[in-house]
Design a protein around this ligand. Structure first.
Ligand code: PLP
Length: 398
């Protein structure tokens, strides 16, 4: 750890038990991708030819006809929507986000309009798309979607994520069936999904993935799908895609990550992660006010997490204060706390370096011991938390 650049820069050596988070640097990039990026950086390449090679690899891994690499999955949403709006019309591509004639409506279920760090609907609007939300937060029915489709409909976007409402909405197969019956292409945001084939196999026209999540590639977005759709999306590199461009190192790096994915010891990784979960559950056993449950991933990724439920009366601390204490201490432990207001958080085992699991267990038990020894219940009012959520961001760079 002596040549850890974080030490040199004065950055905190965070341990990530929150999953794959942009705000923490996404994932541990696999050695094959690191080597590929280093190898190609000194050389000139014809980028569109490199993207052709990427297309072949992406097609093989996703089952799509073609693919290319962009800056991020969020960029992929904007570009895919743009491609659906403009087709191969080069002038229309230059004119975005202005669209004329107005065939720019993009359907999305209201329960899918979430934030992955920025709003889903903004990625559509950036491309000149007009967001048409269908249904209500917790219900979409066929009639919502069927009645929303008209001659101005350009595409329909489907989001797969633990963030979306997980009941009462249209399932992907029905969403695709309704869209295709009226000739509307379906774009699936599968940024954080492990299965690279299932969405295209289900009939989606374009599937979008993050290269820097499960794949362990450099920060990138992977566009895959039907050749014509992918080509129209690729052409946006002469338009709004310019500001979302990737260099040779990212394209080649994610190609290497995809090839490494084919040979990855998926079961071995799963077994290692299970070991971490058992260790943490054991460390939390018989602790006053703490219940630890191993739970499967909500979108069926082959990944379990430990749900740590905290009863503040017994543990003398709330889940959100425990998460904050873990984050503030040394070394900082960042847990998955989107739902901490319900008094639980998760420990995600998928981004740990060997040995860090022990540090996580030690820090957890130390913070719980400290809270338990306190005479008062440590309970910051939850409203204070949300009120101050963006304070640090608004002070940046100070
Ligand atoms: C992470 C995520 C994104 C954003 O992906 P980036 O590649 O980081 O832009 C979009 N949608 C979903 C569902 C995500 O999980």
């Amino acid at each position: 750890m002596s040549n850890d650049p974080r030490t040199r820069l004065g950055l905190r050596p965070v341990i990530n038990v929150s999953g794959t988070m942009t705000s923490l640097g996404a994932s541990i990039v696999v050695p094959e991708a690191v080597a590929a990026m280093t190898e190609i950086l000194p050389h000139f390449v014809e980028i569109n030819d490199l993207q052709r090679k990427a297309s072949t690899v992406i097609a093989r891994l996703t089952g799509g006809e073609a693919g290319f690499v962009t800056a991020s999955c969020a960029a992929g949403i904007s570009l895919a929507v743009a491609g659906a709006i403009t087709g191969p019309d080069l002038l229309a591509i230059e004119r975005l986000p202005d669209v004329a004639p107005a065939r720019n409506e993009v359907l999305v279920q209201m329960g899918h309009v979430v934030s992955y760090g920025a709003p889903v609907d903004q990625s559509i609007r950036l491309a000149g798309g007009k967001v048409v939300m269908i249904g209500q937060a917790t219900s979409t029915h066929r009639y919502h979607m069927e009645n929303a489709i008209n001659e101005r409909t350009a595409a329909a976007v489907y989001v797969v994520s633990h963030h979306v409402v997980d009941y009462g909405l249209l399932h992907l197969s029905e969403f695709i069936e309704i869209a295709h019956a009226r000739g509307v292409p379906v774009i699936v945001d599968a940024a954080s999904e492990y299965d690279l084939k299932t969405f295209l196999a289900a009939g989606a026209d374009t599937a979008l993935y993050s290269g820097h999540k499960f794949l362990g590639g450099p920060t990138t977005g992977i566009v895959a799908g039907r050749k014509e759709m992918v080509r129209n999306t690729f052409l946006q590199n002469m338009g709004i895609g310019r500001g979302m461009k990737v260099g040779k190192e990212s394209i080649f790096g994610v190609m290497a990550a995809l090839e490494a994915w084919e040979n990855r010891d998926h079961e071995g990784i799963r077994a290692r992660e299970s070991g971490y979960l058992s260790l943490w559950r054991e460390a939390l056993k018989d602790r006053a006010g703490v219940t630890a449950l191993i739970e499967p991933d909500p979108t069926q990724n082959p990944l379990d997490r430990l749900r740590v439920i905290v009863d503040p009366r017994e543990a003398h601390i709330t889940a959100w204060d425990l998460a904050a204490a873990l984050r503030a201490g040394s070394p900082p432990i960042i847990v998955r706390d989107h739902e901490a207001e319900h008094n639980y958080f998760y420990l995600d085992p998928c981004n740990l370096h060997p040995g860090e699991e022990v540090v996580v267990a030690e820090r957890l038990t130390a913070e719980l011991d400290k809270a338990r020894a306190s005479n008062e219940i440590i309970a910051t009012p939850i409203e204070n938390l949300s009120r101050h959520r963006f304070d640090g961001m608004l002070r940046w760079p100070d």
